[in-house]
Every structure is written in C-alpha cells, then in structure tokens.
Ligand binder design. Structure first.
Ligand SMILES: N[C@@H](CCC(=O)N[C@@H](CS)C(=O)NCC(=O)O)C(=O)O
Length: 272
C-alpha cells in the first residue's frame, strides 16, 4: 500500500485507538475548572507511564518521611479532560501529568513529568542520585527516548488500525537498542545515577514496566527477558511499597481492580 502525500496536509480520520483525542491544534475545547483539594500539591494525572513516574516520586517522598501531602485528581484523556480550560491553564500542552504547587505564597504551575519530578526532588533535596550530572543525563535520556517506545513502537504495535511492517520494524529496533543501552549501564551499576533517584523512577515507569510485561503486551515480541540486568533492576524497584502505591494513583483502567485508585487525597485511601 503506498501513499502519496497531498501538497498540503489535511486532517482525515486515520483510525486506531486514541484517534478520537488527536487533533492538529492546541488550546481548550471546552470550559471546565479543575478541582482543588486541601493539600499544598494538586496533581492532575492518569496512571500511564508518564503519570506513574510522578506519583511514584510523591509516594517515595512521603514514605521517606517528608512532611507534606497531595491531592491527585483523575484526568481522563480518553474523554478529553486534557482539553478543558482549567487543565490547559496548568499545561498548555494538554498532556498529563500537570501540577499546581500551592505551597508558597502564589500558586505555580509545573508541566512535563521530568520538570515536576525535578521540582519536587529539589524542593525536598531527595532522590537526586550521587551525581547530579549523571542523574540529569539519564532523566533527559528517558524524556528523549520514551516517545520512540510509546509514540513509535507502542503506537504501531498495539494501537494503529492495522499492523504495518515498516514502522513496527523501525521502532522495535529502536526499543531494543534502548533496552540494550540500559542493560549495559546496569551491568555494573545498581542504579542509574549512583543511588536510587528520580532517573530510576522515570526510566522504570517506561522500560521497567516494559520488561515486567506491563506495556503493549510486547514482552515476548521484544524478548525483554534477555535484558537480564534491566529485569533485575525493574524487579528491585517494583518491590518497593511506594512504587506499588504510586502505580495505583489515578488508575481507572485495567483488569486488576485491586490496583485502581482513581483519586488520591490521603494515605488512608490505599487502605480501602
Ligand atoms: N513529555 C510529556 C508527555 C506526556 C504525555 O504524552 N501524556 C499523555 C499520556 S501518557 C497524554 O496526556 N496524552 C493525551 C493527549 O495526547 O491528548 C511528559 O513527560 O509529561
């Protein structure tokens, strides 16, 4: 099947899962204020890998004894909540996660998952790794790499309306190369940047969950078991109580009912 691009691109329905939320322009589609709870941090998110890395950090900070709490509100991207006017004010890019930090004199917004993680980790001087240079390098590596795994491989392998060999090959190759980058690094390092840090949390959320068989049903196809150092590291992180809690926050989908906590307002919510 060949495609000849027209002179000027036009928006024609291309199908596939999530096609209903894709549009070629930014900005709000409707007026809707965001809810605000009683805690200093108001997180607006969903338990996708980009959301989970942030809720894992929030839960790790609380587990480590940092004295704060947060409200996590569900943004249902399948229903277009990310295009509500209130959400767009917090994130002009209309993507989860987004944070309002109301702990200071003026509320401030932070968007982009890694920016939120850095903001929280620096504020609490925690989970910054042994080397800031290495930690930032791996954190930025995750932000630059995961779109090839999610938007590239995941999209064409799991969500596109048909299976097309060319993009699946191209992005499977890149996903495996990325797993090999991690596997080689983790061969002689326990963590990404010396000690457990936000770089581990961010990378785990994507690549850890991939090798644990939780993303795109692609574990066998990508032979993830062969990246043994990544699997060991992913299992170590997965066993942490804060990580289990972080995975639950803003989860409204999936078969495992015990993992679902669409909204979180206090630690007690996990005991339900
Ligand atoms: N670079 C962004 C990516 C965020 C992102 O892609 N979020 C997705 C869910 S995983 C989303 O909100 N998609 C909604 C949409 O594209 O309309 C980040 O790391 O925060």
């Amino acid at each position: 099947m060949t495609y000849t691009p027209p002179k000027v691109w036009k928006n024609t329905a291309s199908g596939g899962q999530f096609a209903n939320i894709n549009r070629p322009e930014a900005g709000p589609t409707h007026d809707k204020d965001l809810p605000v709870g009683e805690h200093p941090y108001q997180l607006y998110s969903l338990a996708t890998p980009n959301g989970v890395k942030v809720t894992v950090l929030f839960e790790e900070l609380i587990e480590a004894g940092h004295d704060f709490d947060y409200d996590a509100w569900l943004i249902n991207i399948g229903e277009g909540d990310q295009f509500g006017s209130g959400f767009v004010e917090v994130n002009p890019n209309s993507k989860i996660p987004a944070l309002m930090d109301r702990s200071g004199t003026e509320p401030v917004r932070i968007f982009e998952s890694a920016a939120i993680m850095l903001h929280m980790a620096e504020k609490h001087d925690a989970f910054l790794g042994d080397s800031r240079r290495e930690m930032l390098s791996w954190l930025f590596w995750q932000m630059g790499s995961a779109p090839f795994l999610g938007g590239g491989f995941g999209h064409f392998y799991a969500y596109a309306p048909e299976k097309f060999e060319y993009p699946i090959n191209r992005y499977a190759m890149e996903a495996k190369r990325q797993l090999d980058v991690l596997d080689r690094h983790l061969a002689d390092s326990e963590w990404m940047a010396g000690s457990y840090s936000i770089a581990d949390m961010a990378i785990w959320s994507w690549y850890g969950q991939l090798v644990l068989g939780r993303l795109y049903d692609a574990a066998e196809f990508l032979d993830v078991a062969s990246y043994t150092n990544v699997v060991d590291w992913a299992e170590r992180i997965d066993a942490r109580p804060a990580v289990r809690r972080g995975r639950m926050v803003n989860r409204s989908f999936g078969d495992d009912e015990s993992l679902k906590l669409p909204e979180r307002h206090s630690r007690a919510d996990f005991d339900r």
